[in-house]
Design a protein around this ligand. Sequence first.
Ligand code: SF4
Ligand code: SF4
Length: 73
Amino acid sequence: MKGKIKIDSELCKGCGFCVITCPKGIIKLGTTFNNLGYLPAMVIDVDMEKCTGCMLCAEICPEIAIEVWQEIE
Ligand code: SF4
Ligand code: SF4
């Protein structure tokens, strides 16, 4: 199963929970501050190919900033 996520950079508070939770290690904290003054999490396009859609990142996020799509093969 493949997946894809979208992180709302304006909701994200840069806590890093999703970074340490993702079993694929594809989520990183960005280098540009959002309007709240946090460095929001992000996934670069080439790494998104590794996403399985497991939803762990969305479940751990306290800000409900992550949406997940799953592609059923
Ligand atoms: S859905 Fe799973 S594999 Fe994809 S980014 Fe989130 S934790 Fe990582
Ligand atoms: S868990 Fe949510 S708030 Fe924390 S860094 Fe990830 S997306 Fe941002």
